[in-house]
Design a binder for this molecule. Structure first.
Ligand SMILES: [Zn+2]
Ligand SMILES: [Zn+2]
Length: 150
């Protein structure tokens, strides 16, 4: 499954606009790092982003990838997911959505659901603080892992 070209272009345009507005220099490395997250549904972690852009940008370091991903997060261009136990994964899908995550290999996919967007939360949750969004994470063993017998 791939993300439509039009959606990737939209994400790249938002990236350029936000960087310009915030006075962030559009370096080749930053563009390639953001593009890598913007064009995949994988929700890669920093290590995976690093491995994928290495061929294209031999001078890039894992440190730069980490710093850039967290900068992009601070700019609101990507969101993070994963509990602290796992390595943080990055997601350029900013629209309301939910995740399926494989417990074994980390395979992650987006899905949308109007029902889940409008889920009724227990009153207790409101006492913890303000609620901006509800994100459902479905966990299990993905098809590939099931086929491999784990
Ligand atoms: Zn799996
Ligand atoms: Zn996602």
């Amino acid at each position: 499954m791939t993300i439509k070209k039009k959606e990737i272009e939209k994400r790249m345009q938002l990236f350029e606009t936000v960087c310009r507005d915030e006075g962030i220099k559009l370096t080749h490395q930053r563009i390639e790092i953001f593009r890598e997250v913007a064009q995949t549904e994988d929700h890669p972690n920093a290590e995976q982003v690093f491995q994928r852009i290495r061929d294209r940008i031999p001078t890039v370091s894992i440190d730069t990838v980490y710093r850039t991903l967290w900068l992009l997060k601070d700019l609101g261009l990507i969101v993070t997911l994963g509990s602290s136990r796992e390595r943080t994964r990055f997601d350029a899908n900013l629209s309301n959505h939910h995740h399926y995550v494989c417990d074994h290999c980390g395979y992650t996919r987006d899905f949308v659901s109007d029902d889940l967007d409008n889920i009724t939360l227990p009153d207790l949750v409101g006492s913890f603080g303000e609620i901006d969004a509800t994100h459902v994470e479905v966990r299990g063993l993905c098809r590939q892992c099931v086929a491999k017998g784990r």
